[in-house]
Design a protein around this ligand. Structure first.
Ligand SMILES: [Fe+2]
Ligand SMILES: [Fe+2]
Length: 301
């Protein structure tokens, strides 16, 4: 009996080539591929109620129907604003990463393609916020202050791990929106485009991260595990700006605390990070020493 040699797993360059070909076949132009004039009933949810952070709490029970819908609109605006800012951080991290790659490298070519996708996504998010009459929530002050300090230290490990933190958690939220037939049709169109293109980004970042970990020294890995955990602990709680609660007449401090204790919301957040955390543990980017960061991010028990 002959034994077949195991087929070698695809190299990062092979993955980049496959993603380049997939991008050429299936990419979207939100200026043309979104119906920006699409109508919706006056009481359309902007995100399904089960995704709203206060769903199932005593405060939720006290809100009237109009306030609940408005809360879903404000939370969508906060997620979408943060999506915009996080993509801007990805552009900066990828631009730095490109300086270490040759102009002929297919991995660089895919990184450039992803930069193109993200610039379209940012415009799409911004245009959607305008179309829905939503406010723009700022990047949390902690991220705004600390990112420029940490950025020169990021290198490939933290660049791809932090990119995955933003992409996978937002992706979970958007997939849930996409599945909700009663959610606003414009929001669902945006999510459909974003989910399709982000699937390639996640594949690229996971492949690159696995490769970077394989090449990293123990010392470098230990440092980047901490940096990534710290970044996640700042970015994920920032997805919901507490000032949004004031826009539906709630006390922001109290409402944020109630959302933080809400078992329904905690479970949703844990589910949104489950695949990401499992992957980062598998590749060695999370060890028990970093669990405190990931608990603070709400992505671990
Ligand atoms: Fe994106
Ligand atoms: Fe992305």
């Amino acid at each position: 009996m002959t034994t077949r040699a195991p087929s070698p797993s695809r190299s990062p360059a092979d993955v980049a080539r496959r993603l380049l070909s997939a991008s050429a076949t299936r990419s979207y132009d939100p200026d043309k591929d979104v119906d920006w004039e699409v109508g919706a009933p006056d009481d359309a949810w902007f995100a399904p109620p089960e995704l709203v952070s206060l769903y199932g709490t005593a405060t939720w029970d006290r809100l009237d129907a109009r306030q609940r819908v408005e809360l879903s609109r404000q939370e969508l605006a906060s997620y979408m604003s943060m999506g915009y800012w996080v993509e801007l951080l990805v552009l900066r991290m990828f631009s730095r990463h490109l300086t270490s790659l040759a102009p002929t490298d297919p991995r660089g070519h895919y990184a450039l393609t992803e930069l193109g996708d993200e610039t379209r996504h940012m415009k799409m998010f911004g245009r959607c916020l305008s179309a829905l009459g939503c406010p723009v929530y700022p990047l949390p002050a902690s991220v705004r202050r600390l990112f420029p300090l940490g950025e020169p230290l990021f290198q490939d490990l933290t660049t791809f791990a932090v990119t995955l933190v933003g992409e996978e958690v937002l992706d979970h939220y958007q997939r849930a929106l996409l599945a909700a037939e009663h959610a606003h049709p414009l929001v669902r169109q945006i999510c459909r485009i974003h989910v399709a293109e982000e699937a390639r980004h996640v594949s690229f970042a996971r492949t690159e991260l696995r490769d970077a970990v394989r090449r990293a020294s123990r010392r470098r890995l230990a440092f980047h595990r901490e940096l990534t955990g710290c970044a996640a602990s700042l970015i994920i709680p920032g997805l919901l700006d507490p000032s949004l609660y004031a826009r539906v007449g709630l006390d922001p401090v109290q409402a944020r605390r109630e959302a933080g204790r809400n078992p329904h919301h905690k479970e949703f957040r844990l589910r949104s990070g489950a695949k990401l955390v499992a992957f980062l543990q598998d590749v060695g980017m999370i060890t028990p020493a970093q669990h405190h960061w990931w608990r603070r991010a709400g992505l671990m028990r």
